[in-house]
Design a protein around this ligand. Structure first.
Ligand SMILES: Nc1ncnc2c1ncn2[C@@H]1O[C@H](COP(=O)(O)OP(=O)(O)OP(=O)(O)O)[C@@H](O)[C@H]1O
Length: 237
C-alpha cells in the first residue's frame, strides 16, 4: 500500500534523512521508532507532501506521490494526525470535524462504511457530549481524540499518527490504543510514531527503527522482544 524507498530529505543544507525504506501492507499497523530528532517526523512530512524530498521513491496505492502537493496526497487516501494535534481552537468540536470531512476517494477503493459525524462520535462518545464546545475548551485527551476523529473524517485508507499519546495520562493513552486496535480490526492501515513501544508491540505487524536518518532495524514484535539490546540502544527504554 505504502512503499518508501531510498528517501532522502534535508532542511536547507542540512540533510536529515539518508535513504529511509519503509513498507506498509494493506490493513497493517507499522511503527516508526527512534529517539528524538532521528527523522521520524521528517519522514512523515515527506510522505504527506509537507516537505519535498531530496530523492527517493514514495508510492501509495501503486502511484508515485513523492513531491506532490499535500492536498493532492491527502486526496489519495492518506490521513495525518500531526504532532501537537493542531485542532482548530476557535471552532467547536462539530465544526472541527466538518471542516476536514471528505467523501471517499472516487478513483480508489470505496470503504464499505465511510466515516461520518455519527460514526466518529460513536467511536469517541465524549466528542458527542462535547460537540458544541470550542476546541480550546477540551482536555488534552479529548483534543487528541478530536484530532484522530478529524483525520478519519477524510476517509483515509492509511492513517499516520505522530506522537498521538504524548503527554496523556495512562488511562487516556490506553483508550487511544484500544481505538487504534479497533481501527486496525476494521481494516485501516496505520503508521504509528510513539514512544510507548511495549503497548504498540502487542498490536503492530512490523517495526522500523530510525537512527540519525537511517533505518537501523526492522522486524516484527517477537523479533523486537527477543532483542532487548535493540530497544536499549536505539530507543533508550
Ligand atoms: N524545520 C526544521 N528546520 C531545520 N531542521 C529541522 C527542522 N525540523 C527538524 N529538523 C531537524 O531534523 C532532524 C530530524 O528531526 P525530526 O523532527 O524528523 O525527528 P523526530 O525523530 O521526529 O524527533 P521528535 O520526536 O523530536 O520530533 C533533527 O536533527 C531536527 O533538529
Amino acid at each position: 500500500m505504502l512503499e518508501v524507498h531510498g528517501l532522502e530529505a534535508a532542511y536547507n543544507e542540512s540533510q536529515v534523512l539518508f535513504g529511509v525504506d519503509l513498507t506498509i501492507g494493506s490493513g497493517e499497523l507499522v511503527t516508526l521508532l527512534g529517539r528524538n530528532g532521528m527523522g521520524k517526523t521528517t519522514t512523515v512530512r515527506c510522505i504527506m507532501g509537507l516537505l519535498k524530498p531530496k530523492s527517493g521513491v514514495i508510492n501509495f496505492a501503486g502511484r508515485s506521490i513523492a513531491g506532490k502537493a499535500s492536498y493532492r496526497i491527502a486526496r489519495t487516501g492518506l490521513g495525518l494526525v500531526p504532532e501537537g494535534r493542531q485542532i482548530f481552537p476557535n471552532l467547536t468540536v462539530r465544526e472541527n470535524l466538518i471542516a476536514t470531512a471528505r467523501l471517499p476517494h472516487s478513483a480508489g477503493e470505496q470503504p464499505e462504511r465511510p466515516w461520518t459525524l455519527d460514526r466518529v462520535m460513536a467511536l469517541f462518545p465524549i466528542l458527542r457530549e462535547r460537540s458544541a464546545h470550542w476546541g480550546n475548551q477540551l482536555s488534552g485527551g479529548e483534543q487528541q481524540m478530536l484530532a484522530i476523529a478529524r483525520a478519519l473524517m477524510t476517509n483515509p485508507r492509511l492513517l499516520i499518527l505522530d506522537e498521538a499519546t504524548e503527554g496523556l495520562a495512562p488511562l487516556i493513552r490506553d483508550e487511544i490504543w484500544s481505538t487504534l486496535a479497533e481501527l486496525k480490526a476494521q481494516g485501516l492501515a496505520l503508521l504509528v510514531i510513539d514512544k510507548h513501544v511495549s503497548a504498540l508491540a502487542d498490536m503492530a505487524d512490523h517495526h522500523v527503527i530510525l537512527e540519525r536518518g537511517r533505518v537501523v532495524w526492522q522486524g516484527n514484535s517477537d523479533d523486537m522482544r527477543r532483542n532487548a539490546d535493540l530497544t536499549q540502544s536505539y530507543l533508550g527504554v
